[in-house]
Design a protein around this ligand. Structure first.
Ligand code: DGL
Length: 240
């Protein structure tokens, strides 16, 4: 089985890593739109154009399933995208909503991008949630270093979620900073990539194959990618 995943940059690789762990017998094609990140502050119209190009690219790679490994695209565009193409497309947020509902979790804090917060996606599906936009995080996470600026930003955002019982990492970049999150908060967090792979069933007997495409590829990105995806992989620069 060939699975295509996409995001604005390296964040969706946290979802890919969960897939590889659970389903090593698949072929994976990943697209990170590093030339256009961050997505979290773009308009819905801009996001729609970018997502369309990436989905068409993944379809050209003969994938069987597309995973929107991006909270921003999932929250703003999934309802429009899901039946638009001749391929099954799944989003990253629905499994997390289902996990929370099934386990009757309450008093949920959500860290996410400005556009995800603006979409009110979580508020429409859950009660008693507090969403905070974290615009500083994605550009700092993409640098690949745990800088003081990043730590201070995380600390300040977490401060706003102090009374919550759980925190959803509502952007797929955030699992990359779990050590910082745990330094400043003891509230249990929910990783959307984990929720997703735990709820789907992939039956595949392929040999593991990983192809990664980025719209802008630098040596920094290659270094950061290799910290997240340890398995053998091909990495290419490709504009779509
Ligand atoms: N990782 C993405 C998300 O889950 C996109 C973040 C961004 O580029 O702002 O929302």
């Amino acid at each position: 089985m060939r699975i295509g995943l996409f995001d604005s940059g390296i964040g969706g690789l946290t979802v890919l890593a969960e897939f590889i762990k659970k389903y090593p017998n698949c072929e994976y094609i990943y697209y990170g739109d590093t030339a256009n990140l961050p997505y979290g502050t773009k308009s819905k119209e801009e996001l729609s154009v970018l997502a369309d190009k990436i989905i068409k690219f993944l379809i050209s790679k003969k994938i069987d399933l597309i995973v929107i490994a991006c909270g921003t695209i999932s929250s703003n565009l999934y309802s429009e995208i899901k039946d638009k193409y001749n391929v099954k497309i799944i989003d990253i947020l629905t499994p997390t909503i289902n996990y929370i509902t099934q386990n009757k979790l309450n008093n949920i804090g959500i860290m996410a991008t400005p556009m995800t917060v603006k979409s009110q996606f979580f508020e429409k599906k859950l009660v008693n949630v507090t969403s905070i936009a974290c615009p500083k995080l994605v550009p700092l996470i993409e640098c690949g270093e745990f800088t003081d600026e990043l730590k201070q930003a995380v600390k300040a955002y977490l401060q706003k979620l102090k009374g919550c019982d759980y925190i959803i990492l509502g952007c797929t970049h955030y699992p990359l900073i779990i050590p910082i999150i745990q330094k400043y908060s003891t509230i249990p967090f929910i990783n959307m990539g984990k929720c997703l792979v735990d709820t789907i069933n992939v039956n595949s007997k392929s040999t593991l194959h990983i192809e990664l495409y980025f719209s802008k590829l630098t040596s920094e990105i290659i270094t950061n990618v290799s910290k997240i995806i340890k398995e053998n992989k091909e990495i290419y620069e490709r504009k779509v």
